[in-house]
Ligand binder design. Structure first.
Ligand code: HEC
Length: 136
């Protein structure tokens, strides 16, 4: 094989690999189950909601720096207790007010919207967890 063909061939393979990587990346993080580290200490039903509706932005895998800086579930246990209480309180508020997940995101991902039951579960759990941490 001529060197030119080899270079062209290698370029083609890289193009295909790049395209398939880009395509794969467009999928929700939820599809990449292997990469998801559940947050220790979160009950399963809460974790399922958080992974489904929040992890696209608020996890270590997220490309959304602003969201990750505000709240990163993958680093939950590195937050000090006071910070966890603050975040649980904020979660309670944004969920009660229907501000998270953001409306613009829900337009393209309507299945990520929290159901009434999920809102109730999340608000109850965030409140109870914050109270429990404050008692310690
Ligand atoms: C499409 C991306 C996206 C998703 C999905 C998302 N968030 Fe956010 N979230 C953001 C961004 C961006 C910010 C930072 C807003 C800012 O800095 O003003 C944020 C901020 C927050 C904050 C910090 C409080 C605040 O008002 O800044 C909390 C708490 C929060 N999100 C909770 C959640 C919860 C709980 C879910 C899932 C039910 C969720 N978010 C889903 C993008 C997202």
């Amino acid at each position: 094989m001529k060197i030119r063909e080899i270079i062209l061939g290698a370029g083609f393979i890289m193009l295909i690999a790049g395209l398939s990587y880009g395509f794969h990346n467009k999928h929700s993080l939820e599809d990449k189950a292997v990469d998801i580290q559940p947050t220790p200490g979160f009950p399963e039903e809460i974790m399922n909601i958080v992974i489904h509706s929040c992890y696209d932005c608020h996890s270590g895998e997220s490309q959304n720096q602003q969201a990750k800086t505000a709240l990163n579930f993958s680093g939950w246990n590195e937050y000090k207790t006071a910070k966890q209480v603050q975040l649980l309180t904020e979660m309670n508020e944004v969920i009660k007010e229907g501000n998270m997940p953001p409306g613009r995101y829900l337009t393209g991902n309507p299945d990520k919207k929290l159901s009434e039951e999920q809102v109730n579960l999340m608000t109850k759990w965030t409140k109870e967890s914050a109270d429990k941490l404050l008692e310690q």
